[in-house]
Design a protein around this ligand. Sequence first.
Ligand code: MGD
Ligand code: MGD
Ligand code: SF4
Ligand code: MO
Length: 736
Amino acid sequence: MPAPALSRRRFLRISAGSILAAQAASRATSAAAGAWSSAFGAKPGTTTTTPTFCDICFWKCNAVASVRDGALWKIEGNPSDPLSRGRLCPRGTGGIGAHTDPDRLRTPLIRVSDRGEEKWQEVTWDEALTYIADKMKGIAERHGPEAMALFSHGLGGTFFKHTLKAYGTPNISAPSFAQCRGPRDVGFNLTFGEGVGSPERTDIAHTRCLTLIGSHLGENMHNTQVQEFAEAVGAGATVICVDPRYSVAASKAKYWLPIRPGTDLALLLAWMHVIVTEKLYDADYIANYGYGFEQFAAYVQAFTPEWAYPETGIEPSVIRETAREMARHRPASLVHPGRHVNWYGDDAQRSRAIALLNALLGNWGRKGGFWVPSFMDVPGYPYPAYPKPARGRLDNPDEKYPFADEAITTGIRNATLSDEPYPIKGWMVYATNLLHALPDERATIEALKKLELLVVVDVIPSEIAGWADVVLPESNYLERHDDLNVEYFKQPFVALRQPVVESPHDQKPGWWIARQLALKLDLGRYYPWEHIEDYLKYRVDAAGLDWATLKRDGLILGPRPPIYFEEGVPAEFYTPTGKIEFYSNQLAEHGFDPIPRYTPPDPGPPGAFRLLYGRAPMHSFSRTHTNRLLADMMRENEVWLNATAARRLGLRSGDRVRLRNQDDVLSDPVLVKATQRIRSDCVFMVHGFGHTAKGLRHAYRQGASDAGLITRYKTDPLMGGTGMNINFVTLEPAEA
Ligand SMILES: Nc1nc2c(c(=O)[nH]1)N[C@H]1C(S)=C(S)[C@@H](COP(=O)(O)OP(=O)(O)OC[C@H]3O[C@@H](n4cnc5c(=O)[nH]c(N)nc54)[C@H](O)[C@@H]3O)O[C@H]1N2
Ligand SMILES: Nc1nc2c(c(=O)[nH]1)N[C@H]1C(S)=C(S)[C@@H](COP(=O)(O)OP(=O)(O)OC[C@H]3O[C@@H](n4cnc5c(=O)[nH]c(N)nc54)[C@H](O)[C@@H]3O)O[C@H]1N2
Ligand code: SF4
Ligand SMILES: [Mo]
């Protein structure tokens, strides 16, 4: 386990009393917007609207869904929502297509042939859940309940986590740590004593200078961030965009730095060198709040822009100019911490360097930098205590990764493959397509083959569902309740997801599935409530909030508390020294570099391109490609290839190629996009395409899968994250 100080987090808590005024205000808004009523039992010719929150990604924008003549008609942003501010992203608006998707899972299925052959028998819920419960009881008897693991992504997993904890396993994990934001939060935690959270605590709206290191806002469609980015650009903020690719964000930038991939840490050290040697940093802020600045200042002396130039390919004059520009605007100068940061295996240290650069700008707790979030105090449900597992978590044996403060998905996979530190016999997988989300698909398949039980809860017949023994079809987010969203934000709120329309077939909500499974496992005492509304109402009442108001408005806002040091938020840092740690004793004690050190990336085989990947505005991960509305805007992905390199290879835009990686894995055919918008040492593709599950009729073999080519990864020694930008490909023409 990490040192206790590392995971210590304190936030402002907002009590129920202070909310009453805000509630009155929100009632006024919703009365003006017309009262929202339930769509169930709606008469023909009528339109009903129901507030809920979106689940096409994890941003959880509050939305208002309209049902006209009994059919889902449109979904819009909820005007009183601080996240969406009344506007959804294209994916949220296209959520209708998730409800009407003809490829959806319709009934529970049990496998009737070999794993992965996707041959099923339709069964009743009772048959499916009895089958699973019997298998789980057998696993618990023979191997202990810790031999079941749960992979679960998103809020919908709440009740599966509850059932699995009641069953007695500590092995619960999500790809959001070791495949997404883990290194960033560890790097910031080591520096400021807190992570950046989700939604990120970045004050993009008020910044005067925004530095983006790969964060491709505009393609990365996290709603609030994109809106604030547009505002900042509109207000004339300087944008510095560091990306090997001319991203949408780069097109808004004053400076585009097309960096050699994998060398960002060299650039960060050189920027810090300039800011320190030219004394451009916030000296008072550092004197008050910094620890180990002298050692840090001495350390960065060596990293001149001239040193960084051959590494990064960025001219020394540009490094100096951008460093000065950044410093000129401090503290309203923000170096975005990014989100998906598992790139090269040194990611926690790169993220720590980003944190240190921000610290030099004196922007933590300051307007235009990082605000301090708060949340409303909503008590949990008073369940009986969970049984104490006989064996601890197995994803990080002997604390090999001492700063991993969440479970490591790939650690559970390793344990499944090696039976060390103890065997894993069953996986339950909720809302995560592990074959697209985890690197090294072959290792995942090997692990799946070893299992005694694989249960997948999904909404479409995804690749991971194709390997399951039992597939459970969940009601879509527009058709169900989930747990409350108690949001940590600059303006805290509590939000309700509630059904807008009925499930079209025999799908069931997650809470119902998890509860029925618990009953079959003789764990009924963990579900004293019968319907989720009883559970939700309990929590809302216990928080002193009004259930009827929440149902009607979809969210209850707390008052906007102070969010900056200058507004009176105490400047506290929850590191071991209570200061911003320019020098980290914790890291030194564990044998790591106390100040980040740069190691050049592996250049890869001659003639090969580094494989980079990212987002498209109209798709989420691997989950939206059967959504007919979203697929209409983008049916397949392309491989971005530098135009000069394309000419050399005799390729043109619109040609179809296959990508072959360093381990001889060949992709499906994919269109070439020959463009000057990318460096000549890398290619780029949008993640999540190239589906191979046969039930995904509309998405089947459309485009190519980046995940399939990510056979290698480099593990972050601090926290176990999987750096995935270390694969290389060559291109060959696809046969007609
Ligand atoms: N190669 C590669 N790997 C990556 C990434 C990458 O860019 N490239 N990105 C990484 C990042 S940043 C992240 S956050 C992760 C994301 O990883 P995941 O969260 O696993 O993302 P998806 O691939 O969309 O898989 C989600 C699955 O949940 C299902 N689903 C959708 N809605 C529901 C629902 O309401 N109920 C249920 N039960 N299931 C539902 C979808 O059909 C899909 O099968 O992937 C990581 N892995
Ligand atoms: N539309 C849409 N939006 C999303 C999502 C989605 O699925 N769809 N997913 C959400 C989630 S969970 C996440 S984590 C985020 C991920 O989005 P972000 O955190 O913004 O970005 P990444 O996926 O890390 O990075 C992709 C960008 O990094 C660049 N890049 C690659 N290698 C390097 C490098 O070595 N150095 C530098 N400087 N840049 C490099 C790529 O060219 C690309 O522009 O997006 C979120 N928003
Ligand atoms: S950012 Fe888009 S997809 Fe994500 S929750 Fe908001 S509207 Fe939905
Ligand atoms: Mo992510």
